[in-house]
Ligand binder design. Sequence first.
Ligand SMILES: [Zn+2]
Length: 201
Amino acid sequence: MAAVQSLTSAPFRRGVCSVQIMTRKPIKKSTRFNVFARDGFTCRYCGRKSDEVKLVIDHIIPVAKSGTNDEVNLITSCDECNSGKGVKDARPDMDNENVRLSAMQSMREQKQAARAAIEGVKSAKKIRQTMADFWMEQTGREKADASTISVMLRYAESHGFATVCGWIMKAALKCGYSDTAMGKYVSGIRRKIAEELEAAK
Ligand SMILES: [Zn+2]
């Protein structure tokens, strides 16, 4: 999308052509599908599904800041959220400017958290501690079961660290911050996505 827009944008017309945008690598079809399937064909910002909105792939760390096309750096967004206009249309009660601003703030925070998680993953040594810290932050306890953390790390390898963090957050809300129930809930989400992937083959 950015590549097309850049052709008509002011800097281009002035002859200042950005090399970064012009050499931008397209995301592979298979990668796009994997990311959509991983996120359950749902915009991760507003929660709307593919039957309601047009879904696009969003870079968590922007390409301009050397974000890659790796699945871990990609997230499903609707085109409205992606262009920053989505929140208002997504929620009919958003006439109130304050409500809208706070929703946009929470969208930014979600993105920030995902970005921080990816930064943490860059150092392999830190990954286990990062996951454990995230888990304990969600449960509000100072202990985490080592085998549960191992399971979460295994999920993160195939589904992306930020995605699994999202599942854990959801589980914490649903399961009253119980470690065991949360572990089961996260496993349930992963199983469902694996089944959807299998069915789509
Ligand atoms: Zn959206």
